[in-house]
Ligand binder design. Structure first.
Ligand SMILES: C[S@@+](CC[C@H](N)C(=O)[O-])C[C@H]1O[C@@H](n2cnc3c(N)ncnc32)[C@H](O)[C@@H]1O
Length: 338
């Protein structure tokens, strides 16, 4: 026997000339649902314009510094090493954990370009609802994919257990050293007063640098606690030093005063969208830190599967409860000078 053809549902409405149709009562007409609120967790994801907008500018007019980079701060394109590091620190830094270890490290792309980052831009924060209003933050210059590398975290690599940092020492090339020598000689012949003033300034700066306290830094991260390696970007660094913590940061996808419609939505509105991750630098053959967009996760729906941080949105991580507890304690003890 041939299998029965499944009954096809008719999509054509039938009229019933012989009276009411048999079967269950048709449902009562329901009042029209009000239109959904302008932004919900899902609408945030779906409503992000699909039109490809040009990326935001990320560099200063001269092109070799990031836009809005502070003029008093050295911009790094490679890590700087504290003179306090010992040979065993260097050896730990430059030993890659085996691939089958509990914590194998992902790799930075071998073609990672040094210099200003094209994916994110430093912008001043002017929104009064933002807890870091008056400071700066890092914002996506274009849509960034879940799990995508944003920028590496550069700063001074130092022994994490040390409280006091010495003077910052920038490696200078032979040419620069020759120039410095020549400048010194010229300074002896003329413009002695200017030279004296400059020397006094330099001495003051050096003294401040020697008295520098890593423990008071707001830009200091553990690269590896067990290996006693940390990175501090307070005195020098790159764009990554401007990444803020997500706590209290208003989500640009929701209008001011918007009340979350569910617990899930509330959690979605108060979450980081990026993370600090320790990775392996294949070119330098050493550990490094970088900012990555958080992976989409199983719960991601719609555009969130493709876009982790939308163009113009702030890149925010979690500093961890420890950071804020430490800050609170220091404030209570009157030791924090933020
Ligand atoms: C690594 S810096 C981030 C960049 C900083 N906003 C700037 O302009 O230099 C860390 C400091 O930013 C501020 N900050 C970051 N996230 C914050 C948040 N969610 N609430 C309040 N302040 C925050 C705090 O002053 C903190 O010490």
């Amino acid at each position: 026997m041939a299998p029965k053809e499944p009954k096809q549902k008719s999509i054509i409405k039938k009229s019933h000339p012989g009276g009411k149709p048999k079967g269950p009562k048709p449902p009562k007409p329901q009042p029209r649902k009000p239109p959904p609120p302008p932004s919900t967790a899902t609408s945030h994801i779906i409503q992000t314009p699909k039109l490809q907008q040009p990326p935001l500018p990320t560099t200063s007019p001269c092109g070799n510094l990031p836009l809005n980079w502070p003029s008093n701060l050295p911009y790094l394109t490679a890590p700087l090493f504290s003179p306090l590091l010992t040979p065993s620190h260097y050896s730990a830094l430059r030993t890659r954990p085996p691939a089958d270890s509990i914590e194998p490290l992902d790799e930075l792309p071998a073609n990672y370009a040094a210099g200003p980052c094209k994916k994110a831009v430093i912008l001043p924060i002017t929104d009064k609802r933002h807890p870091a209003c008056g400071q700066a933050g890092l914002f996506a210059a274009r849509d960034l994919k879940p799990g995508e590398l944003v920028v590496r975290y550069l700063g001074e690599i130092h022994p994490g257990g040390e409280e006091w940092g010495g003077r910052l020492v920038f490696p200078s090339s032979e040419e620069e050293k020759e120039g410095e020598e020549k400048e010194k000689e010229e300074g002896d012949e003329d413009g002695k007063t200017d030279k004296v003033k400059q020397l006094v300034e330099e001495e003051k700066e050096e003294e401040e640098q020697v008295q520098y306290n890593y423990k008071q830094s707001d830009y200091d991260l553990w690269l590896d606690h067990a290996l006693d390696l940390a990175i501090d970007a307070a005195r020098c660094g790159n764009e990554a030093r401007f990444v803020n913590d997500y706590r209290g940061v208003p989500s640009p996808a929701f209008p001011p005063g918007y009340k979350p419609q569910s617990k899930k939505e509330e959690l979605f509105m108060k979450r980081p969208n990026a993370e600090f991750k320790v990775v392996w630098d294949p070119l330098r053959q050493e550990r490094t830190m970088a900012v990555y967009v958080l992976p989409a996760g199983k719960k991601a729906v719609g555009r969130a599967r493709e876009v982790g941080v939308a163009r113009g949105e702030e890149v925010v991580v979690s500093y961890g409860k420890g950071f804020w507890e430490g800050r609170r304690k220091a404030e209570e003890e009157g030791g924090y000078e933020g």
